[in-house]
Design a protein around this ligand. Structure first.
Ligand SMILES: *Cc1c(COP(=O)(O)O)cnc(C)c1O
Length: 487
């Protein structure tokens, strides 16, 4: 099947219709201090019809879960059901004001409290905060909790241990919370090396951060021993729950003796993501860490829900207000719709899809470490690179030419020429077969074609190094970089 992406000469929205600026007229009745009134918002004045066409055209020059499989490893880019979108956009959800009196938002508070309870069951934790806005933010919150816990116990602990297979946000979050990060190498089987962790552990260790299944898609077989080891040093065990999609209803971080967990509601629980948010990264903890959770906590008294700010040991607030409510509503709807059995089924199918796709593309591609994987697997293009000079990035571009979103590439770094594939449970066998065939065909395709791919997309090969170094992410930055005299 040949593929050709839409390609429009779509101007910037500022260039549409001659770029008439939209200047808001201030209503005299609203008293805004003079110095705060902007004379010029610099927004283009364009009819709704043109705005809709502009953005629909742009969306057609892009890939998304709504137009095809998107197996970006670690990111859990599953299809997000539209009922969750619908429910979260009901006016009863969108018109709730965060400063409304508690009496008048009992339903919203109950939804959040019930979601906390559901996440407790899914994770095996005792208490959950919904406040953090993303996975990395949840990690940061978790690290602050670990810090507060050790400080309360008069312990000087300033180090956090992270395996080399960890997502980059783990060491970043620990460092942001003021810890020194100690990276430990994985063992020859791709799993945590207990001896390496033991060598790094000391009375200075505050926490060990672990992803399980890890980013290779391998279940950490020594997790029980690791937990015992970490706890014997008085340190806490932190679970990066971005990969919860693999284990729901089968096991829990609680059963694995973790102390702190973060969830990525925008990965596993029905919120579209990839465009920078909004997301939600709730954090779950054991009972002995509950006093440190951010304020406010939602409590119920005499049949009424209310916010409790009176918590002396709390780490305080980690963001404004109470969390990204729309995302919480989507997760709540998704969890209720699936039910316990449904969530278990989600994880079982995610693992089945991953192993099925893996069995189709190996041995065309090599796969280091054990063959049986969980929700994702990592193959290597090392052989192709050596024999034909075709690298993981060329394979990824070749997939775009066939109408498929690429896997995650060059991560985790312990696999050379890595392609990290997470098909998720929402793809059919037919789609998995087509993806496998695309990967197999690419392995024998003309190397020169691949090195200059993609050819069938709206934008051909971009200079990724330049894009990463010259961050031009908005019209305002673009104008600033263009220098004075620009419109
Ligand atoms: C996505 C991801 C994170 C970070 O989540 P964000 O919401 O993007 O901040 C952390 N760990 C793992 C394993 C992930 O896949």
């Amino acid at each position: 099947m040949s593929y050709r992406q839409a390609r429009y000469d779509e101007p910037l929205i500022f260039e549409l219709l001659g770029g008439n600026d939209f200047c808001p007229v201030c209503d005299d009745k609203v008293r805004i201090p003079e110095e705060m009134v902007r004379q010029d918002l610099c927004l283009p004045d364009i009819p709704e019809r043109e705005v809709v066409r502009h953005y629909i055209n742009l969306s057609q020059m892009n890939f998304g879960v709504d137009n095809g499989m998107y197996p970006l490893g670690s990111c859990t880019m599953k299809y997000n059901p539209k009922y969750a979108d619908l429910l979260s956009s009901l006016s009863t959800v969108t018109s709730v004001h965060p400063y409304q009196d508690e009496e008048s938002v009992q339903g919203a508070l109950q939804l959040m409290r019930d979601l906390e309870k559901a996440l407790c069951i899914i994770s095996g934790m005792d208490a959950v905060t919904l406040q953090p806005a993303a996975g990395a933010h949840g990690e940061f919150t978790g690290m602050l909790i670990a810090k507060a816990y050790h400080a309360a116990n008069n312990q000087q602990r300033d180090e956090v241990i992270v395996p080399d297979s960890a997502h980059g946000t783990n060491p970043a979050s620990a460092a942001m919370a003021g810890f020194t990060v100690i990276e430990v190498p994985s063992g020859p089987d791709g799993c945590i090396d207990l001896e390496a962790v033991k060598a790094a552990l000391s009375e200075r260790t505050a926490a060990v951060m672990v992803t399980n299944p890890n980013t290779l898609g391998l279940f950490e077989k020594d997790i029980a021993d690791l937990a015992r080891l970490v706890h014997s040093y008085g340190a806490l065990l932190y679970y990066d729950g971005a990969n919860l999609n693999a284990i729901m209803g089968i096991t829990t971080p609680g059963a694995m003796h973790f102390d702190i967990v973060h969830f990525n509601l925008h990965k596993t629980f029905a919120t579209p993501h990839g465009g920078g948010g909004p997301g939600a990264g709730p954090v779950g903890v054991r009972m002995y860490l509950e006093p440190y959770l951010p304020v406010p906590r939602i409590i119920s008294e005499d049949g009424k829900y209310r916010f409790d700010y009176d918590r002396k040991e709390s780490i305080g607030k980690v963001r404004s207000l109470y969390g990204n409510f729309g995302v919480l509503v989507r997760a709540y709807a998704y969890i209720l719709e699936q039910g316990g059995d449904g969530l278990k089924d989600v994880s079982q199918r995610a693992v089945l899809n991953s192993n099925y796709l893996k069995s189709r593309v190996v041995p065309t591609y090599e796969m280091p470490f054990a063959q049986l994987r969980k929700h994702e697997f990592v193959i290597s293009a090392k052989k192709l690179a050596k024999e034909k000079g075709v690298h993981a990035t060329d394979i990824a571009k070749g997939l775009l030419d066939k109408g498929f979103m690429t896997p995650t590439i060059y991560f985790p770094s312990l696999v050379e020429e890595a392609l990290m594939i997470e098909p998720t449970e929402t793809e059919s066998k037919e789609t998995l077969d087509r993806y496998a065939q695309a990967l197999i065909d690419i392995a024998s395709a003309d190397p020169e074609q691949l090195r200059t791919a993609p050819h069938n997309t709206a934008i051909s090969r971009v200079d990724e190094v330049y894009a990463a170094k010259e961050l031009i992410l908005s019209w305002r930055i673009y104008q600033r970089k263009k220098g004075p005299g620009s419109p």
